[in-house]
Design a protein around this ligand. Structure first.
Ligand code: SF4
Length: 395
């Protein structure tokens, strides 16, 4: 007898998927599409929330981290990108290892556990640059975890320096690389690749590098950029490819849906995805990616308010404090560039979750249990169930 039955979900016509979720049966491509197309966002969210609470109870993770974008020079020319510049543009930049050190030293008083660093595909940088930057980070803060470089950057290093992706990853790991952020996936289909980002690796290349990293002991995340030219079928295809790869390597930590920000891009005529679409993506991902431990509501993209709601739509992580984020702000993100640790904790508590600070690999640093441990047998009806019960009683 399962502890969770949601009359609300059943009444919304999601009963068949509910049965699969409760029995642990893997959802199909058709189920995924049904979840995307279903009228009842709250019903989809309630299902995802059940899975999220089964896995993580009331816990919501966050990390104290610093973002550094080492260069905005890029030759890939992705149509959705507002960040990149050609080397000749006046606001093109490359941070030297000394610049990176200076940025880190500005925040030495903060208990930063992770440096997240990604940048453009800049063919003018020698391989020694990447090694120097990582070594600098480890010298300045030996305890910090360096999570750096998209699969796209790693592929470009392999090509430019005549190495295999495995050699590149080994050398970066020896220098101190701890994990890979998982960006550059965009939408893992040939259609999206052709239309949007022909100048960089396709889904086969992205997945090959992710799997190679995992085999070398480098965990990664996986992103999905949605809300541009892709279809719902392509979103599901993207998730199915990730799920299949995860069955093989178990190297992905978190899935991070990223809403497309059209401002200052070549697709600025497109509307920005709605908050409802952002929440639904979290929920569908939580339900489809049954082998991904974590779903991240990335506040810097979603805004803190929507990310907070995301903690009830399948997400169990808000990411981090983030200092000086540039990629999404160039595309019109209205989020602040950083949030203090106390603000993040308050956001999580206000959403009714229990904040737990983590390291990059999701080891809790310091649990802050404000509630009794989660007991799935003691799940009380959701407010929606209660409302439905109230309606029924009044009828
Ligand atoms: S998304 Fe990345 S690879 Fe594409 S143009 Fe922007 S910086 Fe370059």
């Amino acid at each position: 007898m399962t502890p969770f039955r949601s009359r609300y979900v059943e009444r919304s016509g999601l009963g068949a998927i509910l049965d699969k979720v409760l029995s642990g049966e893997r959802l199909s491509r058709e189920d995924g599409l049904a979840l995307y197309r279903h009228d009842d966002l709250l019903g989809v969210g309630t299902l995802a929330n059940h899975v999220r609470e089964t896995l993580h109870g009331d816990v919501a993770y966050y990390i104290v981290n610093q973002h550094i974008n080492h260069t905005n020079v890029c030759v890939a020319g992705c149509k959705f990108c507002a960040f990149y510049r050609t080397a000749k543009q006046s606001d093109a930049y490359v941070l030297s290892p000394e610049d990176v050190e200076r940025r880190m030293r500005e925040h030495m008083h903060e208990p930063i556990r992770e440096i997240h660093m990604v940048g453009g595909v800049n063919p003018d940088l020698p391989f020694s640059y990447y090694l120097d930057v990582i070594r600098t980070m480890k010298r300045v803060r030996p305890e910090v975890h360096v999570k750096a470089f998209t699969m796209v950057e790693i592929a470009a290093m392999a090509e430019n320096f005549d190495m295999t992706p495995e050699e590149v990853l080994r050398r970066l790991k020896e220098a101190g690389l701890g994990s890979i952020p998982g960006g550059g996936a965009e939408i893992l289909t040939d259609h999206a690749h052709q239309v949007l980002f022909k100048g960089k690796i396709d889904h086969r290349g992205w997945m090959e590098i992710a799997k190679t990293a995992h085999r070398l002991g480098l965990k990664s995340n996986a992103t999905m950029l949605f809300g541009h030219v892709e279809t719902l079928e392509e979103r599901i295809e993207h998730m199915l490819l990730l799920r299949e790869a995860q069955d093989e390597t178990h190297g992905f930590m978190a899935f991070i849906p990223l809403a497309f920000h059209p401002e200052n891009t070549r697709l600025s005529h497109l509307p920005k995805p709605s908050a409802a679409d952002e929440l639904r993506n979290l929920a569908v991902a939580r339900l489809m990616l049954d082998n991904f431990p974590h779903i991240k509501a990335y506040w810097i993209m979603m805004t803190p308010r929507v990310a907070q709601a995301g903690l009830h739509f399948g997400a169990d992580d808000l990411d981090g404090t983030v200092v000086t984020e540039e990629i999404y702000h160039r595309a019109g993100s209205m989020s602040p560039q950083m949030i203090g640790r106390h603000e993040l904790v308050a956001l999580i508590e206000e959403a009714g979750r229990v904040p737990v600070e983590r390291d990059t690999l999701y080891n809790p640093v310091e649990a802050v249990p404000r509630r009794p441990p989660f007991d799935p047998r003691a799940v009380s009806p959701t407010p929606v169930d209660a409302a439905v019960a109230g309606d029924a009683a009044r009828a």
